[in-house]
Write a protein of this length. Structure first.
Length: 419
């Protein structure tokens, strides 16, 4: 009979609810991480420009852009044929024309390449790059919302990015520097457009975007609240805290493996192209926010595991808590005055601690970039505030120092108490 009572107590409505909420939070965690990155990096226009803007100052990116534009322009200018026609006009039927044509054409091509490289590295092209990406960001969001705007357009089964504005600025620069033939270059549509995504995939992306866009910005906060609620409802809170930490470490590891595989695939696609040397720069820049977020989740998971273990029932954790309580008690005994304030802290210590968890969690989630350093800083802040509460709550009264069921660390007494 006692066994059935124990089982019923362990798996009552609260325990079942805690488990269900934990599983929901676990399923939403990877969606929250990737979705929040997408929202902050693509949908947020300011962060998008902050992300892609610095790319144009990278020498490898500049080289890739300059090489691509130069190859397209040289092909259309047809320098060799132009030089042949000029030499035949100057020296009709001369046997030296064939000997002079190739070196002169190579020199002109080299000059075009040099001018394009210089222009791509200039502040003038940097301004063109920013303007082009601002238009691209607006166009991409418009396409996701079922509209067309700017250089991003839907053509047949493809979403394309029109780079006519960038090519036009390069052509004008060449004309201004003596390459007048560049003014007559007309590139076909397929050479002025970059295919971003196939239309069938776009339909799925639009559907996901329409469902998640309203909550993507707040989804990490929702997930954090669900984990906190599952902990609050659990009867063995220290255990579910450890389980939460283990899950965070595991999901960070899986996402890290996925990012590594994605980077390999991305590098392989660009290998052998003009942008091959810049593939790593592109990947790390565009995915930087997500990479830092995954690293931060890993560190957070380790911190949560330590906190849960410290609040558990193992003999080592119990002894460590005892030593910590003793030290904080001795420190509290030395504080004189503030009797009424300390009495108020002692009476509301549990609520104050939960308020600290909420405050630090909001600071962490609201940070411009969630990184391992941010997690460690917030952990230190939480530990400091919780320790201060424990010291102030101590009034040399046994009831003010009690740790219910000896199941939580002193700094989180009353919050992770196991029932």
């Amino acid at each position: 009979m006692s066994v059935n009572t124990t089982t019923h107590r362990r798996w009552g409505a609260r325990s079942v609810a805690a488990l269900i909420i934990f599983l929901v939070a676990a399923l939403l965690t990877p969606i929250a991480l990737v979705g929040h990155w997408g929202h902050r990096t693509v949908v947020d226009s300011e962060r998008y420009i902050d992300t892609v803007g610095p790319l144009i100052s990278n020498p490898e990116v500049q080289e890739g852009i300059a090489t691509t534009i130069t190859d397209a322009l040289v092909t259309k200018v047809d320098t060799a044929n132009t030089v042949d026609e000029l030499l035949n006009k100057l020296f009709p039927n001369s046997s030296f024309n064939s000997l002079l044509s190739a070196p002169i054409a190579a020199g002109v091509n080299g000059l075009i390449g040099e001018l394009v490289t210089r222009f791509v590295a200039s502040d003038q092209f940097a301004a063109v790059w920013i303007a082009l990406n601002e238009a691209a960001q607006r166009g991409l969001v418009a396409v996701l919302e079922g509209r067309e705007e700017g250089p991003i357009k839907l053509q047949g089964d493809e979403v394309v990015f029109d780079i006519s504005a960038a090519l036009g600025s390069v052509q004008q620069f060449l004309v201004d520097n003596g390459i007048t033939a560049a003014a007559n270059i007309t590139l076909p549509d397929n050479e002025r457009q970059i295919v971003l995504v196939e239309a069938p995939a776009l339909a799925q992306i639009r559907f996901i975007y329409s469902l998640t866009s309203p909550i993507l910005e707040w989804l990490p906060l929702v997930v954090a609240a669900l984990f906190a609620l599952s902990i609050a409802l659990a009867r063995r809170r220290a255990r579910i805290v450890v389980a939460t930490g283990i899950f965070l470490v595991a999901i960070a590891g899986l996402l890290s493996l996925g990012l590594s595989a994605g980077e390999d695939s991305f590098n392989n696609q660009l290998e052998g192209t003009a942008f091959g040397p810049a593939s790593e720069v592109f990947w790390n820049t565009l995915l930087n926010y997500l990479i830092l977020g995954v690293e931060a989740v890993f560190v957070l998971g380790v911190v949560v595991i330590i906190a849960g273990w410290f609040g558990g029932r193992t003999s080592i954790a119990t002894r460590l808590r005892g030593q910590l309580v003793k030290g904080l008690d001795e420190l509290g005994d030395r504080i004189e005055g503030l009797r009424d304030f300390r009495q108020l802290v002692a009476e509301h210590a549990k609520k104050i601690r939960w308020a600290i968890y909420l405050l630090v969690g909001l600071i962490l989630l609201a940070s411009s970039v969630m990184s391992p350093a941010t997690v460690l800083w917030c952990t230190a802040l939480a530990a400091g505030l919780l320790t201060l509460v424990q010291v102030l709550a101590n009034q040399s009264a046994p009831q003010a120092l009690a740790i219910e069921d000896a199941a939580v660390p002193a700094v989180i007494e009353g919050s992770f108490t196991e029932e």
